[in-house]
Write a protein that binds this ligand. Structure first.
Ligand code: FNR
Length: 388
């Protein structure tokens, strides 16, 4: 269908599902085990209702904000997700262009399917901000080399992912026939690690068994060289010592770790369970945000708090902001949008969200994002029937 017919993010996803390969669909849509955390990420939003305020001047509504000091048209950024080229030949560059055209910010995955330089050169203007998602290599020298590379390319912040020290069990991937080599090859090829064009030969049954023993399956390849011994006391000071860029920890999943992150002095935390792709039964991100609001509201004055996972509507964004989030991230929706319509799909996604956010802000009685406060949301103990 023409892009003008796409009314919401769900419809965009349906188009993507039709146009991408079943293998790409499996990789993008998959989540761990029975996909409970992934489903509940979205459903958690249905338990939060508004206390709208009326008779407030909202004619001149402004949904813009700053994230780590960088301007964004709406309080939404692209959460870094691997292998955008699986869905569209221009891959991550579609997202870069779409964000540039809408003055929003892309977080680039360590496992992007274009080189970090190619992505940087897809910026609409040289001042367009880019965030970098870091999978920290267990070899500090190699990790530092990667940070130097993105710094020199003008990336503006480091999002250190801490929820993926091993890969979650994603059975859709396994069923779709993803092999370790497949996934690694696509990402590594672009990061100058060679392997170009090398298609893995079929394994013998005995080799298959060996493979099962010493990997964690598909996505395991992407994180196999990662540091599994990161700590608040060592890793954060090390990161601070190698870069002046703002540091955000991506993958905080409980109140206690939010407190430790604040004590470690990072610039921000992204409450995230990796879109339900890592620990099955990790709490929905929104519930973690709600618990921080209830138990440790002081956290919000110490660092910026973001969330991702299951955000698909403007009202979802507003609920997170009312509870104290500075901004929210979306992962799959941008992979789907660029798969279906290239950069135009990304622009359209931002515009849809912007319209939904502005409508909700006006109806809730908020002229700017600062007017969104905890008193405007209530968590109910019943689950509405809709959006199952
Ligand atoms: C991801 N995510 C992710 N996170 C990360 O830190 N590095 C990565 O390389 C990837 N790769 C990746 C691939 C795919 C296909 C998906 C769906 C997700 C997680 C991502 O950043 C984000 O946390 C979730 O996607 C947010 O959930 P939603 O918006 O997809 O529901």
């Amino acid at each position: 269908p023409p892009l003008s017919r796409i009314l919401n993010l769900q419809e965009m996803e349906e188009v993507a599902r039709k146009v991408i390969s079943s293998k790409a669909w499996a990789y993008y849509s998959s989540a761990s085990d029975d996909e409970i955390t992934n489903i509940e990420n979205a459903r958690a939003f249905t338990r939060f209702f508004f206390h709208p305020r009326v008779m407030r001047p909202v004619g001149n509504c402004d949904p813009s904000t700053t994230i780590l000091g960088f301007k964004s048209t709406i309080p939404v950024f692209v959460s870094g997700a691997a292998l955008a080229k699986l869905g569209h030949p221009r891959g991550e560059a579609n997202i870069t262009e779409g964000c540039g055209r809408t003055s929003t910010i892309q977080m680039v995955s360590s496992n992007a399917s274009l080189s970090y330089a190619e992505i940087a050169s897809a910026r609409v203007s040289p001042s367009q901000p880019l965030f970098f998602q870091l999978y920290k290599h267990k070899d500090r020298a190699l990790a530092e080399k990667r940070i130097r590379e993105v710094e020199s390319l003008g990336y503006n912040a480091i999002f250190l992912t801490v929820d993926a020290i091993v890969a979650g069990n994603r059975e859709k991937d396994v069923r779709a026939g993803w092999t370790e080599e497949d996934v690694e090859a696509v990402a590594a090829e672009q990061q100058g690690k060679g392997r170009k064009g090398e298609l893995p030969r079929k394994k013998t049954d005995m080799e298959e068994l060996e493979f099962e023993v010493d990997t964690e399956g598909t996505a395991g390849a992407l994180v196999a060289n990662d540091d599994r011994n990161m700590t608040w006391n060592e890793t954060i000071p090390w990161l601070r010592s190698v870069t002046k860029l703002p540091v955000v920890v991506k993958g905080v999943q409980c109140v206690d770790d939010a407190v430790l992150a604040a004590e470690a002095g990072v610039d921000g935390i992204l409450l995230s369970n990796h879109g339900g792709r890592q620990l099955e039964y990790a709490l929905p991100s929104l519930e973690v945000l709600y618990q921080i609001r209830k138990q440790r509201p002081d956290i919000f004055s110490k660092l910026e708090v973001y969330i991702d996972g299951g955000i698909r509507r403007g009202t979802d964004v507003i609920k997170a902001l009312c509870l104290g989030a500075t901004a929210v991230g979306l992962g799959r929706p941008f992979l789907y949008a660029q798969s279906a319509y290239g950069a135009a799909g990304v622009v359209k996604t931002i515009r849809i969200l912007e319209r939904e956010i502005v409508t909700a802000m006006r109806l809730i009685g908020a002229r700017t994002v600062k007017d969104l406060v905890p008193d405007m949301v209530e968590r109910v103990d019943w689950q509405p029937l809709a959006k199952l």
